[in-house]
Ligand binder design. Structure first.
Ligand SMILES: Nc1ncnc2c1ncn2[C@@H]1O[C@H](COP(=O)(O)OP(=O)(O)OP(=O)(O)O)[C@@H](O)[C@H]1O
Ligand SMILES: [Mg+2]
Length: 434
């Protein structure tokens, strides 16, 4: 793509930077001619971007290094303020070099990103610290990569940022959900079972996708299976941030910072706060932190769905307590029913109001030789939803496409839609753009 600096006045205003890309006079692509290419990955010759790219770094060597890596057709400036006169409403992705992370340079970045919604940015940092990550996200930077970042990492990050940019100055970014809350508090729904493999994650992810498609406001799914959460895998997402980042930013966590931590499931618009990438991080996260996260999310989401592990722990109990609804999932076999019965007794002992419990019987086919009414009698709760067993479910899990999207006519999808009707009936709800 040619440079967006097409204004004739550009030549007069453009900084004359020796030995690097400069702003062209009339749309001619600037040439990257890094002077410090020794030891770097080969320049990405031939790579074109579907967006205008600008490298910012006060340090000449660092700037040239990034220009060399990004290839031709990229402009550069030492300071972000130098760029402002050239912003003309076209989408721009800034690649902030490592020197931008020091000396309070991110304040300037925050100002520009706030004023120009058509500008997005990523930061390449020498060292990734929690503090820096917080500062960058707070400034509106979408992604922070450790230096040296490889070509694929940078290209993917640029593409992700470009996909969400507004096309006119001052307008809200692309399909971004409205993150300013309207004062209405969202409904919190925890999906729980005392038996592993009962279908919690399948149900939570499909419910999330269905509600996101129906709701005008954002819908968020939290993967609170902190050790072995697999929501990201089920929805074929490669998250940059997880619950760990939200927890480490808790003292300043608000809706806008949260926005930068969530990953969007593009085809439905569902927002996801993924589980930590390493099981060891689970130890750092307790109920208090998770409740705080839920409270931030419910300020701007119509629904916050929480997927959980198959056992009671501090976090699960906290989530159940803060929830408006708890979906108790039971598979249709004797061990499942036994465990769910124990789970129900525990919830009663903990004084969980039974009104907020809904029983979901998963894999409830006549073929399993277990009678639903008998199960209900054993559990002393009647089932709200029966979900049949169907091969389309593991197929959809393996494809990373929720069954409500991959096999919308299946009995499983219809049951899941029926489940969603409890929270957002189709008839009365508007549909989002996606
Ligand atoms: N209705 C169904 N029909 C067929 N297969 C199903 C059904 N529901 C779930 N499964 C399969 O069961 C497996 C376990 O489902 P899922 O991961 O949702 O369970 P879970 O309760 O979240 O498990 P864990 O406790 O390990 O987190 C999945 O591979 C899924 O394909
Ligand atoms: Mg699960």
């Amino acid at each position: 793509m040619s440079s967006f600096f097409t204004d004739d006045s550009a030549e007069a205003q453009a900084p004359a930077l020796e030995g690097e890309a400069s702003v062209p006079a009339s749309g001619a692509p600037p040439q990257a001619s890094g002077t410090d290419a020794g030891g770097l990955a080969a320049p990405s010759a031939g790579v074109t971007y579907a967006v205008n790219l600008v490298v910012i770094d006060p340090d000449d060597i660092a700037r040239n290094r990034l220009l060399t890596q990004l290839g031709t057709d990229v402009s550069s400036f030492p300071q972000i303020d130098d760029l402002i006169p050239y912003l003309n409403g076209e989408p721009v992705v800034l690649v902030l070099g490592p020197s931008c992370a020091i000396d309070g340079s991110l304040n300037g970045v925050e100002r520009v990103l706030h004023a120009h919604r058509e500008v997005g940015s990523i930061l390449i940092a020498e060292e990734l610290t929690t503090n820096l990550l917080q500062q960058a996200l707070r400034a509106g930077v979408k992604d922070v990569l450790a230096s040296p970042a490889d070509d694929t990492q940078i290209h993917e990050a640029i593409d992700r940022v470009a996909a969400g940019l507004a096309t006119t100055p001052g307008s809200p970014g692309g399909d971004d959900p409205p993150f300013e809350g309207d004062g209405e508090i969202g409904q919190v729904i925890t999906v729980f079972s005392t038996k592993g493999g009962a279908g919690k994650s399948v149900i939570a992810s499909n419910l999330g996708v269905t509600l996101a498609q129906r709701s005008e406001k954002p819908v968020c799914l939290i993967d609170a299976d902190l050790q072995f959460g697999d929501i990201a895998v089920m929805l074929k997402l490669s998250p940059q941030h997880t619950i760990v980042d939200a927890v480490s930013s808790l003292d300043r966590l608000d809706a806008s910072l949260m926005q930068n931590l969530l990953v969007t499931h593009e085809s439905s618009g569902l927002l996801i706060l993924p589980a930590p990438l390493e099981p060891a991080f689970a130890d750092q996260i307790g109920a208090t932190e998770m409740i705080q996260i839920v409270e931030v999310l419910r300020r701007f989401c119509s629904h916050v769905i929480i997927d959980t592990p198959a056992y009671f722990n501090d976090v699960v109990l906290g989530m159940i307590e803060v929830s408006d609804e708890v979906l108790l999932v039971a598979g249709m076999d004797i061990p499942n029913i036994k465990n769910v019965k124990i789970g129900l007794q525990t919830l009663r002992l903990l004084n969980t109001p039974m009104e907020k419990l809904r029983l979901i019987l998963n894999r409830a086919n006549s073929k399993v030789k277990l009678d639903v009414t008998e199960v209900e009698r054993t559990l002393q709760v009647s089932a709200d939803i029966l979900i049949p067993s169907d091969i389309v479910v593991p197929q959809s899990v393996n494809r990373g496409v929720p069954v409500v999207q991959s096999s919308p006519r299946s009995g499983v999808a219809k049951s899941l839609e029926e489940l969603a009707n409890f929270f957002a009936p189709v008839a009365t709800s508007g549909r989002r753009k996606k």
